[in-house]
Design a protein around this ligand. Structure first.
Ligand SMILES: Nc1ncnc2c1ncn2[C@@H]1O[C@H](COP(=O)(O)OP(=O)(O)OP(=O)(O)O)[C@@H](O)[C@H]1O
Ligand SMILES: O=C(CO)[C@H](O)[C@H](O)COP(=O)(O)O
Length: 407
């Protein structure tokens, strides 16, 4: 059966394509109309959310995965990352006001909640949480991420967090950098294999609880009891399906209670560890003083103002889920953010474009959560490393286009 569809792409389509779900026709974006023969193989049970898969060949979309539980700082991280590329991210213009997508000049961030196959009622009826793979459509996620990576636009579904329903799809054009953020970017092996770089935000239970209480009580009017109950209800599925993804991450930002205050239970001062996998293509870990050595550093004194309980850095090689890693750790918090330049000048391999860029980024977003501690510092550093990775991938594709697309 011949299916006529419109492909949205910035590239010439001279290669083999297949259509898995016939899509609606949209007009107006650099489109080319192509006749396809349906494969007859529907990859999704959805009536909406089509994908046109082509091996277009010369695509340049770099795909980044960011995994974390809800309320663990993904949005904050995304704002820092987008800022490193020099722009602010906004929802698609003129689209669904409840869209979860954020677009800037260089990046498009899609939220994987949009691949929930069961809406809020559906999950309730079946007795499953949103973390359960049975509540998510990994076939569609894979096909759409693959299509975007190969330079082809898709009609991605929208999960509406306000209504709890699945809304009509939105058009996602291939960006320079696609970030897929949410609960499961590294869960499905096929999706995982599409990632050029992956990050896991590993927030310890104590800290997660403190952040969730702060946000859900202050901003969403939830009671302490309901927050506790929701965390408890999610925990088994979190442990089974979300947490194990950290073994696949190229970088993990681990957030723990401080060790500088004995038996601290306030959760305000944090110990943050940046775990960086060795041997990842286009990514070289940051180091403190001397690459590969084991270092402990208390920078407080003449050049860095520290009030109680102070600041302690550590760095060294380690092993993480059987992989060789480097770990950079910061315990404590900055009193004066402008003095961060002192710390920055002792770190190497930061992938900055000028002296003091980390400090500049941190000062620019001093009002973001975590700007006075290792969460903000390490998120900024990972943002710079992603920019560097992107530039390296683009440069290597430009140098050897055929080889690079095969890799
Ligand atoms: N580094 C941090 N330090 C302190 N609090 C933080 C930090 N990051 C996030 N938070 C707290 O957690 C809340 C959630 O952060 P954010 O919106 O970035 O998370 P999220 O993972 O995108 O959440 P969701 O998936 O639920 O939308 C913030 O409002 C803030 O209260
Ligand atoms: O984990 C989540 C997002 O990261 C949400 O719990 C999930 O998407 C379900 O959403 P809702 O709160 O609208 O039922």
């Amino acid at each position: 059966m011949a299916a006529v569809c419109t492909v949205y792409t910035t590239q010439s389509l001279n290669s083999s394509c297949s259509i898995s779900t016939p899509t609606k026709t949209h007009l107006g974006f650099n489109q080319k109309q192509v006749v396809f023969y349906s494969t007859g193989k529907r990859s999704s049970k959805r009536s909406s959310g089509g994908v046109i898969t082509c091996s277009a060949g010369d695509s340049q979309t770099v795909v980044i995965g960011l995994a974390a539980d809800s309320g663990c700082g993904k949005s904050t991280f995304m704002r820092r990352l987008t800022s490193v590329f020099g722009g602010a991210a906004e929802p698609p213009k003129g689209g669904n006001p409840d869209s979860n997508t954020l677009i800037s000049d260089m990046t498009t961030v899609i939220c994987l909640d949009d691949y929930h196959s069961l809406d809020r009622n559906g999950r309730k009826e079946k007795g499953v949480t949103a973390l359960d793979p049975r509540a998510n459509d990994f076939d569609l996620m894979y096909e759409q991420v693959k299509a975007i990576k190969s330079g082809v636009a898709v009609e991605k579904p929208i999960y509406n967090h306000v209504t709890g329903l699945l809304d009509p799809p939105e058009l996602i054009k291939p960006p320079k950098i696609l970030v897929i953020e949410g609960l499961h970017p590294m869960f499905d092996e096929r999706v995982r294999d599409l990632l050029d770089f992956s990050i896991y935000l590993d927030i310890s239970n104590e800290v997660k609880f403190a952040w969730k209480i702060q946000r859900d009580m202050a901003e969403r009017g939830h009671s302490l009891e309901s927050i506790k109950a929701s965390i408890e209800a999610r925990k088994p599925d979190f442990d089974a399906y979300i947490d194990p993804q950290k073994q696949y991450a190229d970088a993990v930002i681990e957030v723990l209670p401080t060790q500088l205050i004995p038996d601290d239970n306030e959760g305000k001062v944090l110990r943050v560890r940046l775990i960086m996998k060795e041997g990842v293509k286009h990514f070289s870990p940051v180091y403190l003083f001397d690459e590969g050595s084991t270092i402990s550093w208390i920078p407080c004194g003449r050049k860095l103002t520290c009030s109680y309980p102070g600041i302690k850095f550590a760095y060294g090689p380690d092993s993480y889920f059987g992989n060789e890693v480097s770990i950079l750790e910061m315990d404590g918090q900055f009193d004066r953010l402008d003095e961060l330049i002192y710390v920055e000048s002792h770190l190497s391999n930061l992938s900055t474009k000028f002296y003091g860029e980390v400090t500049q980024q941190m000062l620019k977003h001093a009002d973001f959560p975590g700007s006075n501690n290792g969460t903000g510092l390490f998120q900024t550093i990972v943002g710079l490393k992603i920019r560097d990775l992107y530039e390296q991938i683009i440069a290597s594709k430009a140098a050897t286009p055929l080889e690079a697309t095969k890799a």
